[in-house]
Write a protein that binds this ligand. Structure first.
Ligand code: CP
Length: 307
């Protein structure tokens, strides 16, 4: 049985197959209807979501399956060890997608589940987002060959997942990350990929943007802290430090790169509001592609033949 906790669970060939299948599902959805008939998906959320919730629910049902939405705090996952709850729940469903706060908890969930588990974003990885981002790059460029992506912002779970996904697909990654979220940082993977030449690190945003076909940013504050009043001081410190690294008209002045952001948007922080609907923005397409990337991922984990 295979899980998707991070893209380390896949070979480069598997990651590329999922992306290509996702594009095929987007282009000819009627070919895939009914492949999940009679199957059940449990969606477990410990954190807020818009895209993950909508795209998994619609994505699974479009393929003929049924889904159950469960909020962590109103379930008994909140008051009992994960291993007992998931052992029971996984006996009733075919697949679990969980958005949990702590990476250790999704590992425990997967270790005791009877069915494949998908990480819907924890503090270390966001593999579903990276798959949708790779699909978006592949769709826009027509190929992965020769593509360079700059990620500018805080080094977080999305940065870790992009690093793994880009390496699997041969997309060169430039990280412009003056601040690191710990414990999110997967230093072992980042150092290895840097040694192998799959990625580079710099603080020269202008140079990085000038060498990239795609420029990507993400929130400076993790979602669970964004509206937390006790985090106000840290939010102010980060904003001051990160403002020179904001994606805006000035930082993209000499670039014709596509603009990427995984949403939700925090206008005036990591990105200037006007860039969201910019002619070169792929932001809504990235969000739309979550559905197809996850449909292909689910079929892969359930070992369903899509040929
Ligand atoms: N990008 C992303 O995961 O969106 P949500 O947090 O809204 O699910």
């Amino acid at each position: 049985m295979k899980h998707c906790i991070s893209l380390k669970d896949f070979t480069p060939e598997e990651t590329q197959t999922i992306v290509r299948t996702a594009l095929s599902m987007k282009q000819a959805p009627e070919r895939y209807r009914g492949l999940l008939a009679g199957r059940w998906l449990l969606m477990l959320f410990q954190k807020t979501s818009t895209r993950t919730r909508i795209s998994f629910e619609i994505g699974f049902q479009e393929l003929g399956g049924h889904s159950i939405m469960m909020d962590w705090d109103t379930s008994n996952f909140a008051i009992s060890p994960i291993r007992f709850e998931v052992r029971y729940a996984s006996g009733h469903v075919d697949l679990i997608m969980a958005r949990l706060k702590r990476h250790a908890d999704i590992l425990e969930l997967a270790a005791h589940s009877l069915v494949p588990v998908i990480n819907g974003c924890d503090d270390r990885y966001h593999p579903c987002q990276a798959l949708a981002d790779l699909l978006t790059i592949y769709e826009a460029a027509g190929s992965f060959a020769g593509q360079t992506l700059t990620y500018v912002g805080i080094h977080n779970n999305v940065a870790n997942s992009l690093a793994l996904g880009c390496a699997h697909c041969g997309v060169h990654l430039i990280l412009v990350t003056p601040e690191i979220n710990r414990p999110a940082f997967d230093g072992e993977t980042i150092d290895r990929l840097e040694r192998e030449g799959a990625l580079e690190r710099t603080l020269d945003l202008s140079d990085a943007v000038g060498r990239s076909q795609f420029v990507y940013t993400d929130t400076w504050m993790d979602m669970e802290f964004f509206s937390d009043v006790s985090y106000e001081q840290e939010k102010e410190r980060r904003s001051k430090k990160m403002l020179p690294y904001q994606l805006n008209a000035a930082s993209l002045a000499h670039s014709d790169a596509h603009i990427m952001h995984d949403m939700p948007i925090h206008p005036g922080y990591e990105i200037e509001a006007g860039l969201v609907d910019h002619p070169r923005s792929l932001i809504y397409r990235q969000a739309e592609n979550r559905l197809y990337a996850q449909q292909a991922l689910m079929l892969h984990l359930l070992d369903i033949d899509v040929s």
